[in-house]
Design a protein around this ligand. Structure first.
Ligand SMILES: Nc1ncnc2c1ncn2[C@@H]1O[C@H](COP(=O)(O)OP(=O)(O)OP(=O)(O)O)[C@@H](O)[C@H]1O
Length: 317
């Protein structure tokens, strides 16, 4: 049974199609990164999975339960770290966990959850209002872990965290995944998901534009590779004929170099052979595979990488 399955799931807000015909399957035990720029439809998808928003089309199941008919059962087995969560400034970390336990009808030692998120000992009894941004995020994470959920849904869990906070968050996700919890991790920052996720789904303007492992994403989009050949001389005719080779999309000459763009890996060898067959000596070869950030930018039609867009926010502790 998949942990999450959506079938043509859609949501319209008037003229805005927030989620468009989303069909996605997330297996039990997977750490899945749900990636996309602002406004791509990630939160709306999560809201539909938790029945906070009703689809205008399609359907979904979470842990085998229908999201519209069996949402109570889903909420019992799912831990949620919402975007922009609220904490009670005057309640301690421990009280927050106890509150979450009561809400979920779960037992257990609150200290154990606080320790799992690095808030054991002294911080447990401090008021959440005195916590740093990272500590607040960890407390919200600890609350999501109450009741040992089978599935963790996290909406932008690293937003506003400094690099140390992000690393800690990733470590906690990893630890939970090792315990067998399925993790659905939404983010608009590729860096935050690529290391910890088994698979990534990329959303753009409500549509799922790619899904797979990082390697599969590279393959799906063609994974352009750039070949830089240092050559003894650059015959113009070769520049013209290189794009006729299968898998070569372009060629250009500059300063004794031949730049060749290949849309498939095997085309690199074919391009080199073609150049040498024309009587040119290849002196040196440099290969530059497309960077994953470029891939993301290409998939989401963004000129800049998500990291660049977000740089100022990311240094805020
Ligand atoms: N309640 C609403 N009413 C009208 N439009 C909405 C509503 N909620 C979301 N939208 C629109 O739906 C689209 C998708 O929004 P959504 O919040 O799901 O994106 P997102 O990928 O989660 O973005 P972010 O990373 O900024 O949270 C956006 O165009 C947004 O303006």
């Amino acid at each position: 049974m998949p942990a999450i399955e959506t079938n043509s799931l859609s949501k319209r807000f008037g003229d805005v199609v927030a989620v468009d015909d989303l069909s996605l399957q997330i297996d039990d035990g997977e750490v899945f990164g749900f990636l996309g720029p602002n406004g791509a439809g990630k939160s709306t998808t999560i809201n539909m999975l938790l029945d906070f928003a009703r689809p205008t089309g399609g359907s979904a199941t979470v842990l085998g339960y229908d999201t519209q008919d069996e949402s109570q059962k889903i909420r019992k087995r799912v831990g949620v770290l919402p975007e922009g969560f609220d904490l009670y400034e005057r309640l301690s970390g421990r009280k927050h966990i106890e509150f979450a336990q009561r809400a979920k009808g779960a037992n257990g030692d609150p200290e154990e959850y606080l320790e799992r998120v690095g808030l054991g000992g002294d911080p447990a009894d401090r008021n959440a209002g005195d916590y740093s941004k990272g500590m607040k995020q960890r407390l919200a994470f600890g609350m999501a872990l109450v009741g040992e959920p089978d599935l963790l849904i996290m909406d932008e869990p690293s937003s506003g965290l400094d690099p140390t906070g992000i690393r800690e968050m990733q470590e906690i996700v990893r630890a939970e995944a090792e315990r067998g919890t399925t993790v659905f991790f939404s983010s608009h920052i590729l860096d935050h998901v690529e290391e910890i996720c088994d698979r990534i789904g990329v959303m753009n303007e409500g549509e799922l534009v790619a899904v797979g492992t990082l390697d599969e994403l590279h393959a799906q989009i063609g994974g352009d590779a750039h070949l830089e050949l240092s050559v003894d001389d650059v015959p113009e005719q070769t520049v013209d004929t290189l794009p006729d080779i299968a898998g070569v999309s372009g060629a250009a000459a500059r300063n004794g170099m031949l730049d060749v763009t290949c849309t498939e890996s095997a085309a690199k060898a074919r391009a080199i052979n073609h150049v040498e067959d024309a009587g040119t000596t290849v002196l040196d070869i440099q290969v530059e595979d497309q960077d994953i950030d470029d891939l993301f930018a290409e998939l989401t039609g963004n000129g800049s990488t998500p990291e660049e867009e977000d740089a100022p926010e990311e240094v805020v502790a």
